[in-house]
Write a protein that binds this ligand. Structure first.
Ligand SMILES: NC(=O)c1ccc[n+]([C@@H]2O[C@H](COP(=O)([O-])OP(=O)(O)OC[C@H]3O[C@@H](n4cnc5c(N)ncnc54)[C@H](OP(=O)(O)O)[C@@H]3O)[C@@H](O)[C@H]2O)c1
Length: 345
């Protein structure tokens, strides 16, 4: 299997290339800068002669589509996606190649659904944005949790990782743009700015006390309403994490190191929670958690790309993770990487 990684020279892109190699597939490294692609290939252990490197900038739509045309799938890691994502989606569709990306940017995900759904269907291509450690597991666990209380009235998605676990410069840059766009929520068939009303504190699984949370623009607000039928979907993160993102000025973003050191990266933990309430008042709570947020993002994106291409069960169009994959099967498949999940009534 040949998997193209766009933005292969970045921090997440290099992890994705390494994951493609670990799975025994052939990585095709695509990006705008030949020297940085060569360095990424060396770092992933691919000898320069055997590595497939393709230089294509975002303005070169033909070059991008040509670079993807003989690949089974594209994993796009070039963010902020709000700025750089759409040309890569368009080129994957033009090439007839399935697409996943590692975005966590709510507004961009909405634009991909709005802009590319019909085009992807016509081309017979599956496009699954948000296959990172928040958007992927968050959408999958929301689906499993919602199923316990159908018909569903309300779902809260919360990213309850503690701040300070180590973020790359690319994440800081992307989160600054997410914060600038503001958070949305979904209610009665439409998306609108998130309510400013304070949220009840949440006791995270495994922690002794409730922590304050604040509305935040998570991918699940865009994806979860598309497959649960919930009347309302909103999202939150810990208030201390939100405060950290809100303080991201351009100077601070530039001062963040490009890469998270390996030890800190592996020690980081993530936890996505879904709380669902049925129209009859029944409640269910599900969560999924693991370590190494960036390493797991690479695993999730590459596995998502593999499943689209090999299993071929996903329909064409822009899909949420829970529409593209069997939620329990996908999460169970992450168990060898230390991921656990649970749903309780
Ligand atoms: N939601 C999540 O949980 C999660 C997890 C991991 C990553 N992510 C997202 O993944 C993205 C990448 O993060 P990162 O830390 O890997 O960032 P990064 O190290 O800054 O990498 C960015 C990549 O994008 C490429 N790029 C930037 N501007 C470009 C342009 N104008 N034209 C073509 N390519 C361009 C860079 O190419 P050059 O090397 O040539 O500059 C590089 O390959 C971010 O949006 C991040 O938020 C999300």
């Amino acid at each position: 299997m040949r998997i193209a990684v766009y933005g292969a020279s970045g921090f997440t892109g290099r992890l994705a290339v390494a994951e493609v190699r670990r799975r025994g597939f052939t990585p095709v490294l695509v990006g705008r800068d030949a020297q940085r692609l060569k360095a990424a290939a060396r770092e992933a252990g691919a000898a320069e002669a055997e590595a497939e490197l393709r230089v294509a900038g975002l303005a070169d739509s033909t070059g991008l589509a040509t670079a993807f045309a003989d690949c089974d799938a594209v994993v796009n890691c070039a963010g902020p996606f709000t700025r750089w994502g759409e040309p890569v989606v368009r080129a994957a569709i033009a090439a007839g190649t399935n697409y996943v990306d590692t975005t966590g940017e709510q507004g961009y995900i909405q634009r991909v659904f709005d802009t590319f759904s019909k085009e992807a269907e016509r081309a017979g291509v599956s496009v699954v944005p948000a296959m990172a450690d928040d958007g992927g597991p968050g959408d999958l666990i929301a689906s499993l949790t919602a199923a316990r209380v159908e018909p569903v009235d309300e779902i809260l998605i919360a990213d309850l990782r503690r701040p300070g676990g180590g973020a790359s410069r690319g994440t800081a840059r992307s989160m600054a743009s997410v914060f600038a766009e503001g958070a949305r929520e979904y209610e009665d068939g439409a998306w609108r700015p998130a309510s400013a009303a304070p949220l009840e504190p949440i006791t995270p699984p495994g922690e002794p006390a409730a922590v304050p949370v604040t509305a935040f623009a998570l991918p699940g607000v865009v994806t979860v309403p598309r497959h649960t039928g919930a009347r309302r979907v909103h999202s939150a993160i810990r208030t201390d994490a939100a405060a950290m993102f809100s303080a991201l000025t351009p100077d601070i973003v530039d001062s963040v190191p490009e890469a998270v050191p390996e030890e800190a990266r592996r020690a980081g933990r993530w936890l996505m929670l879904a709380e669902a309430t049925g129209t009859d008042g029944r409640r269910a709570r599900g969560w999924v958690t693991g370590a190494d947020p960036y390493g797991l993002t690479a695993v999730i994106a590459v596995e998502g790309a593999r499943r689209l291409s090999v299993e071929g069960t996903a329909r064409a169009g822009v899909l949420t993770p829970a529409q593209a994959y069997d939620p329990a099967d996908f999460l169970d498949g992450l168990a060898p990487h230390g991921v656990t999940w649970e749903v309780r009534d």
